[in-house]
Design a protein around this ligand. Sequence first.
Ligand code: HEC
Ligand code: HEC
Ligand code: HEC
Length: 151
Amino acid sequence: METLTPPGPRARLAGLVLAAAACAGFFLSSAEPARAEYGDVVINSHSDAAGVRPVVFPHWFHRVRFRCKVCHSDLGFKFQAGGNDINMVKIIDGQFCGACHNGAVAWSVENCDLCHSGKPNTPTQVHESTIQKLVGAPAAAAAAPGPAAKR
Ligand code: HEC
Ligand code: HEC
Ligand code: HEC
């Protein structure tokens, strides 16, 4: 019977997307401005087109915690910004970021805004400069910088 089948990745994603939509207002008003540092990778092969912010992957943050081999050999990440065709179905299925961002090794996929933190329309790239601004501020803060903008 169909109803006894556990929900597949797509059904689970649909649920998460709904939950995310419900929380979107909260995220926009309360999210701390994310940081982008030298060596961060912006991944935007699908994000803009799908209406979510580009992904900022903090490479150094991960490199100090894991050997290169864990990601670039065991998990199969190719050594190229944008060189992996990543999407949420794969992530929820435990591939790519989802091998760790599963609530066990690291926080899980419901934290959309922690990964999708880039400024809209930022192309896929390796972030070369600490001056360059990749991370979009919430609209209100961008219009009128408040205390949060000083961080
Ligand atoms: C652990 C990091 C991470 C988290 C958390 C995350 N994403 Fe993503 N997501 C990615 C990456 C990486 C891509 C590929 C980005 C690209 O190529 O533009 C992606 C792509 C997407 C896409 C476009 C491709 C597709 O699958 O349709 C959508 C839409 C999306 N994410 C929505 C979400 C939503 C909604 C949430 C929260 C429920 C979420 N993401 C949480 C990393 C993440
Ligand atoms: C936690 C996983 C992870 C670890 C650990 C990791 N990387 Fe990466 N690396 C990535 C991801 C994700 C990308 C971007 C891939 C994409 O955009 O599809 C990347 C991209 C790269 C790139 C391509 C950058 C460019 O110019 O396009 C190089 C080179 C690289 N990594 C080298 C390393 C080295 C060397 C180490 C160890 C010191 C390392 N990585 C550790 C996940 C990791
Ligand atoms: C090998 C395991 C692993 C993989 C693969 C991985 N992460 Fe992480 N990530 C972690 C861990 C562990 C943390 C720290 C979690 C914590 O502090 O609770 C983390 C933290 C983060 C943070 C927060 C950084 C900060 O400053 O606090 C972001 C953003 C992030 N990951 C994005 C991604 C994205 C996007 C991908 C896929 C392109 C990815 N991660 C793949 C293990 C991984």
